[in-house]
Write a protein that binds this ligand. Structure first.
Ligand code: TXA
Ligand code: MG
Length: 344
């Protein structure tokens, strides 16, 4: 049975952090909150421990992991540092930013999927930092969900997604950002590999030549960030992105087809459609937003709710296309990618 321990997220009890750290040191898998999403942690420089992460998630060995550190000094032990790494770390660490840098020899190939680079992140969440500091070495931690499924933003999502495949879950309540860190490749010309909680425009203040994240990932980028090349973040239901004007029509169509429909809206127009004539048939309605920060915080939780409500289809009103919404749009596009019959 997986053990679940509650922790105060702003002032974590040292007894809980000690238990989590000693479980990790003994080679166990421990899920813990970060400011972005829950991570599934294991000792990052110990091959057998890292192998358990891949087994628990059903993650292909071609998808590299992030090493979580408790500061720049620990990051420098696993990665070759640069001036731009210093600049960007000074501005945004600790926080929702992952840096891809040339890796040092001490990092096992299983962590980096055989790449010459390694991803490192110094999280801000006191529970995450407290655990890493007590372990005293980097902690490898992907999002604590089964491969291709929605990232967990609450401890119960970890239970629903991985169940007994985790040894210990540290429950620090909901994550602050609710969407993963932004991944920036600094091995060459700086570029965003994964849009995330830290926006491109904020990063550009420190990295003026940073390449923009595209809404669609080009083949070259997909190859250098293998975890992004396939369907990710998908609920069990078919997720369909619909613009506000087509929502009412889509609702009628799906309910008529006897689908169990969930709906996620953000605008006034979307809210009206969700309250229209077909609304009584809806299994679930979520209004997210109004802004990208609030939307991101609640999105994955809404998708877990849809699964719990056994929705067969989730109609999601398309959010705005602006930069501030890039991470949200990226996740929604991936979540809808496995849709067998896109709504037209
Ligand atoms: O917010 C987050 O980043 C969360 C929390 C737990 O810290 N972690 C997370 O890990 O999202 P994961 O494994 O779900 O995503 C790691 C991302 C993937 O897109 C992967 O391709 C990329 O980081 N990545 C890791 N190492 C890389 C490398 N050496 N080169 C390029 N991309 C890399
Ligand atoms: Mg993930």
């Amino acid at each position: 049975m997986v053990r679940v321990l509650a922790v105060n997220s702003s002032a974590p009890e040292s007894g809980v952090l000690d238990i989590a750290a000693s479980a990790l040191r003994s080679g166990a898998l421990v899920a813990f909150p970060t400011e972005t999403v829950y991570g599934l942690g294991a000792r990052g420089l110990v091959e057998d421990a890292v192998a358990k992460i891949f087994a628990a998630k059903g993650r292909p060995p071609t998808h590299p992991l992030i090493l979580h550190v408790d500061g720049e000094a620990m990051a420098r032990e696993v990665a070759y540092w640069s001036q731009s790494a210093s600049d960007v770390a000074r501005a945004f660490w600790p926080g929702p930013l992952t840096l891809v840098l040339p890796r040092r020899a001490c990092v096992p190939g299983i962590v980096t999927a055989g790449l010459d680079s390694v991803a490192v992140r110094f999280p801000e969440h006191p529970v995450a930092v407290g655990i890493i500091a007590r372990v005293g070495e980097p902690v490898a931690a992907p999002s604590a969900n089964a491969h291709t499924r929605v990232s967990p933003t609450e401890a119960r999502h970890v239970l629903e997604s991985l169940g007994d495949r985790v040894d210990l879950i540290v429950d620090g309540g909901p994550c602050w950002h609710g969407i993963e860190s932004t991944v920036v490749d600094l091995t060459g010309e700086p570029r965003v590999l994964r849009a995330g909680a830290l926006s491109w425009s904020e990063l550009r203040r420190v990295l003026p030549n940073l390449r923009a994240p595209g809404y669609s990932v080009a083949e070259g980028v997909a190859r250098s960030s293998p975890g992004l090349s396939t369907v990710h973040y998908a609920p069990s239901a078919r997720l369909v992105l619909v613009d506000a004007r087509s929502l009412a029509e889509a609702l009628v169509r799906e309910t008529t087809a006897a689908q169990r429909v969930g709906i996620v809206v953000w605008s006034e127009e979307g809210r009206e459609a969700a309250g229209g004539p077909s609304a009584c048939e809806l299994a679930l309605v979520r209004t997210l937003g109004p802004g990208p920060v609030e939307y991101a915080r609640a999105l994955f939780s809404a998708l877990y709710d849809c699964d719990r409500a056994a929705c067969t289809v989730v109609l999601v009103e398309e959010p705005p296309k602006e930069d501030a919404w890039a991470a949200v749009n990226d996740r929604l596009r991936r979540a809808s990618a496995h849709s067998p019959a896109p709504f037209v």
